[in-house]
Design a binder for this molecule. Structure first.
Ligand code: GH3
Ligand code: MG
Ligand code: MG
Length: 417
């Protein structure tokens, strides 16, 4: 057995004590001996042994009185009395002490061995349970990450304090009442995992690549979005789940993405993003026959505005124009700055006829809008629908040509290419 008990052996007869001590030493990690109740109690207080083996009849303080004192300190203390036949008057007194065992003297070593082995086995089980309990308490205190344990039916059965604290609940019963299902808390966002409550989200998230297993949750106390990497450890009967906070990393990544794909001045997508998006739309067309159109437009005589009012006013007008156009496109449209005062829009699922109407509406809106300093501007528009003979390059040059034609035919025009 892994753990050997500590034993306190109290016996006044020197010969008996010496003999039995040799035997007990084999079963214990530490053996302490005393010759009477007073001495025994003193040692007991110092070492708190696992097992106390004691004679009853002893000078100064007898075994019964010593055990009474010990039981006051620890009512569950394991005690074995060694008794002689003529100790019966004492035994009556001892009956209420609920001790582990009585062994008749002279002690039968086989019987004692059997008892000690049984106690040791129990102690080992107890030690292991205590250790597990301690580990669980320590896990519950882990300050770094939120930890949850779900049973095989996806029911939350354990969580650490960080988790309870985050959701502002005192225990998991309260959490289950308040939120019912944790996956309902995952915010829907294209950069993060979310799922409907009908499906097993733990299974679903495990199908994703490690770096895609991220969720966004609204912090109920801070009222701010926080991002977590989800780590799942699956066993047959339960799953251990860790939420590792990556909020700063996620927002840095978002900012980097924004920088890489958005135009700094106007906030609309840049040419790099446009090229990538166009590639995907061409794929959608080729694989799923989804049509799309492109609108390219350019401010008329913008150079004159810059020359007259300065570059800064020019910048403001570019921003205002972007905002104005943003109000006239759908969420699925991709609006990008092509360069300078030239913009391009991809309209997925839109055929040329409708794209023409949209461009015409935009042209009128721009013309009617009062920009900074009560300025009026106009734009020229080129429109094309992607055709089966088109490539990424050809669709762009066709729309560019249409815009060029609009310029050449007097500006403030929409021309279909
Ligand atoms: P057109 O009608 O033929 O398009 O005439 P235009 O003057 O608009 O065209 P041109 O290409 O001759 O001049 C474009 C001007 O746009 C010149 C350039 O300084 C200005 N421009 C390009 N990018 C920016 C910018 O980011 N900010 C500002 N303020 N001006 C810009
Ligand atoms: Mg221009
Ligand atoms: Mg230009």
């Amino acid at each position: 057995m892994k753990y050997k008990p500590t034993i306190l052996y109290v016996e006044d007869e020197e010969g008996i004590q010496k003999n039995l001590s040799k035997f007990l030493a084999y079963f214990s990690s530490h053996l302490f001996t005393a010759s009477n109740g007073i001495e025994g109690l003193k040692i007991y207080k110092q070492i708190k042994p696992d097992i106390v083996i004691t004679d009853i009849r002893m000078p100064k303080m007898d075994g019964i009185d010593m055990v009474k004192e010990i039981k006051k300190i620890d009512p569950s203390q394991i005690i074995i009395f060694t008794t002689a036949f003529n100790d019966s008057e004492y035994l009556l007194n001892a009956i209420n002490l609920s001790v582990e065992s009585y062994i008749l003297k002279p002690v039968d070593l086989d019987i004692l061995e059997e008892k000690l082995l049984k106690i040791t086995k129990q102690l080992n089980i107890q030690k292991e349970l205590d250790l597990h309990k301690q580990i669980i308490e320590e896990i519950a205190e882990l300050p770094e990450h939120m930890l949850m344990v779900f049973d095989e039916f996806q029911k939350l059965i354990f969580s650490n304090n960080k988790f309870l604290d985050f959701f502002d609940v005192s225990d998991i019963t309260q959490f289950n009442q308040k939120y019912v299902d944790i996956q309902k808390l995952f915010l829907k966002d294209e950069n993060f995992f979310s799922s409907s409550s009908e499906v097993n989200w733990l299974k679903e998230i495990q199908k994703l690549k490690q770096n895609e297993r991220i969720v966004s949750i609204l912090d109920p106390k801070l009222k701010a979005k926080r991002a977590f990497l989800v780590s799942v450890n699956s066993a047959k009967t339960h799953k251990i789940v860790l939420f590792i906070e990556i909020t700063t990393l996620a927002s840095e990544k978002n900012q980097l993405q924004k920088k890489a794909f958005n135009d700094e001045l106007t906030g609309v997508y840049n040419r790099a993003f446009f090229n990538e998006a166009l590639y995907k739309k061409v794929e959608d067309y080729q694989n799923n026959n989804i049509p799309f159109s492109c609108i390219m437009f350019d401010i008329d005589h913008f150079k004159t505005i810059n020359d007259t009012y300065g570059h800064q006013v020019g910048d403001e007008i570019l921003k205002e124009l972007s905002d104005l156009i943003k109000q006239h496109i759908r969420a699925t449209d991709i609006f990008a700055r092509w360069g300078g005062e030239e913009f391009i829009i991809i309209l997925p699922g839109t055929i040329a006829k409708n794209a023409l109407k949209i461009a015409e509406a935009m042209r009128k809106k721009v013309k009617a809008y009062q920009f900074l300093h009560n300025l009026n501007i106009t734009c020229s528009f080129g429109v094309v629908q992607f055709s089966k003979d088109d490539s990424i390059g050809s669709v762009v040059s066709r729309v560019d040509q249409a815009l060029y034609d609009a310029k050449n035919s007097g500006r403030d025009k929409v021309i279909q290419g």
